[in-house]
Design a protein around this ligand. Sequence first.
Ligand SMILES: Cc1cc2nc3c(=O)[nH]c(=O)nc-3n(C[C@H](O)[C@H](O)[C@H](O)COP(=O)(O)OP(=O)(O)OC[C@H]3O[C@@H](n4cnc5c(N)ncnc54)[C@H](O)[C@@H]3O)c2cc1C
Length: 113
Amino acid sequence: MTDAPDQVYLVGGGIASLAAAVFLIRDASVDGNDIHILEGSSSLGGSINGSRDERTGFVIRGGRMFEEHFGCTFDLLRAIPTLDGSSTVTQEILEFTREVLPSSNCRLAVICQ
Ligand SMILES: Cc1cc2nc3c(=O)[nH]c(=O)nc-3n(C[C@H](O)[C@H](O)[C@H](O)COP(=O)(O)OP(=O)(O)OC[C@H]3O[C@@H](n4cnc5c(N)ncnc54)[C@H](O)[C@@H]3O)c2cc1C
């Protein structure tokens, strides 16, 4: 991009803004320091936020389906290194999903006749 904006402001801290930020850095060479995400609530992540409580553990809003055919998502996350820098977030998620099989009883349905 030849006319890169000085500053980019994204409204909302959900996956849409977070993904836009990654594409701006990766594909449009925008400096991450020039991207500002404006979030109205006290937590980032929007519908896929989560929280940690030292006493009760981790909480997410629902069971998440992360399957190997999510091509665009994995392409996006492949551009993000893991915290220790040894791999990519895509690789980390696929390995975790193979190790810890998802199970969500709340999605079970009972058919009454
Ligand atoms: C329980 C649950 C399970 C789901 N499971 C799946 C799944 O398995 N697979 C899947 O693909 N999708 C799933 N989804 C859907 C997916 O999570 C959403 O489509 C996606 O997260 C939406 O992202 P978004 O960034 O567009 O919006 P949001 O996540 O809604 O983020 C918008 C953010 O903008 C903020 N905001 C809004 N207005 C303003 C403002 N004026 N100023 C500042 N901040 C503002 C909000 O506080 C929020 O944080 C699930 C959703 C839920 C709730």
